[in-house]
Design a binder for this molecule. Structure first.
Ligand code: ZN
Length: 58
């Protein structure tokens, strides 16, 4: 399942995201807030854990 984890920990998984549908070897293109697979169109949104610039006025 997670072949790329053992390469160098889960840090690599953050830098490079593989498509869960196409499998290992199919890297997803990185966008500003998401990853998308050019093969099947799968989109995975990034977690907004380090984004504190949101302008939300309540
Ligand atoms: Zn895919």
């Amino acid at each position: 399942m997670s072949k790329y984890y053992k390469i160098s920990g889960n840090k690599l998984e953050k830098l490079k995201t593989t498509c869960p549908r196409c499998g290992d070897g199919y890297w997803m293109a990185e966008h500003y807030d998401r990853f998308s697979c050019g093969k099947c169109g799968y989109t995975e949104f990034k977690k907004r854990e380090s984004k504190e610039n949101e302008k939300e006025s309540s």
